[in-house]
Write a protein that binds this ligand. Structure first.
Ligand code: UDP
Length: 312
């Protein structure tokens, strides 16, 4: 049987590159696209030698021209860290809007299945906790995070429209906070920031009082969930993430312990519109995909710290 062919946008990113690895391991051929706005060549260098991987440097806000058969379009291109999208609000809005339109157009042309990498940010600063897929969210559309939240909300809307109008077999995965090897050390997200600071003998910067919560999923659990979702027919959004919830202060203390750092914690102002709580309700993913995250935060942090020690 000929190998299935998947196009992955954002293939040089943290999650995009791990997804390419998974697909190749599972016998797919992968065509990766990235414009390196936040992705890194380092993340895919090992794949460039593979006969099952080809790469195009391309900005997905422009028309995507791929020759030959395509079975799957997986749209993972977008800045995803608050610092990145605050620095690049317009490319972020364009990746979610024009980029999703182009990626859907490619799926339609090739009669391919389509997956959108969406986000827990569609729930904004949630008033329902934990967040089930049925929750419509609490988003400040004109706030500083609006560029990301609204681009992904638009991306979900156009994906559902292509499913309803053009009958494309679509998936929408709402990804909650994820971490692990290849996350950019300077991307501003809390886990790389804390590990970098601890290893560099700097105090850990906790924003606000650190009482806000997040639930962190190790990349390998998430990628396994995404792979299962590709092969399961559900066209409405599905949450994937780890429901173990921690305050940011608890996370800081854990990173200090695991790095044996003597350094302290300093408190900085809470960024605008920073969600106070976040935890996925993964009842649906458990039931439909027979999936649940296996890696505990402590274990995943140890792996990530070891990786940072080698790569920073
Ligand atoms: N945060 C922090 N110190 C940092 C970076 C982030 O206290 O150096 C906090 C941030 O205010 C937020 C949480 O950690 O409450 C998670 O932030 P992140 O940027 O990882 O992603 P978010 O979940 O907000 O999209």
């Amino acid at each position: 049987m000929p190998k299935k062919i998947a196009v992955v946008t954002g293939s040089a990113g943290f999650l995009g590159s791990h997804l390419c690895d998974k697909l190749i391991e599972k016998g797919y051929k992968v065509i990766g696209l990235d414009n390196f706005i936040t992705g890194k060549l380092e993340n895919i260098r090992h794949l460039l030698k593979s006969k099952n991987f080809s790469f195009l440097k391309h900005n997905i806000t422009k028309y995507i021209d791929i020759k030959g058969r395509v079975d799957y379009v997986l749209h993972f291109a977008s800045p995803a860290s608050p610092e990145d999208y605050l620095e690049h609000p317009i490319p972020t809005l364009k990746a979610g809007s024009l980029g999703t339109h182009n990626a859907l157009g490619l799926a339609k042309e090739k009669k391919a299945k389509f997956m959108l990498a969406s986000t827990s940010e569609v729930y904004g600063d949630p008033l329902v906790h934990p967040q089930p897929e049925s929750y419509w969210g609490n988003v400040n559309s004109i706030g500083v995070r609006g560029c990301y939240d609204e681009s992904k909300r638009f991306a979900e809307a156009i994906t559902m429209a292509y499913h309803r109008v053009h009958k494309i077999d679509t998936r929408i995965v709402r990804i909650f906070n994820t971490y692990g090897p290849r996350i950019r050390i300077n991307d501003g997200r809390v886990i790389p920031n804390f590990i970098y600071q601890a290893l560099d003998h700097k105090p850990l910067t906790v924003y606000g009082k650190g009482s806000q919560t997040r639930s962190f999923c190790y990349y390998s659990d998430l990628i396994e969930g995404i792979f299962r979702l590709m092969n399961f027919r559900i066209n409405t959004p599905l949450n994937l993430g780890n429901p173990d919830e921690f305050t940011i202060l608890e996370l800081a203390r854990l990173v200090l312990r695991l790095t044996n750092a003597k350094d302290k914690i300093i408190f900085k102002p809470l960024p605008l519109d920073d969600p106070k709580q976040r935890r996925p309700d993964i009842t649906q993913a458990k039931r439909l995909l027979k999936w649940h995250p296996k890696i505990k935060l402590r274990e995943g942090l140890k792996e990530t710290i070891a990786w940072f020690r080698l790569h920073s």
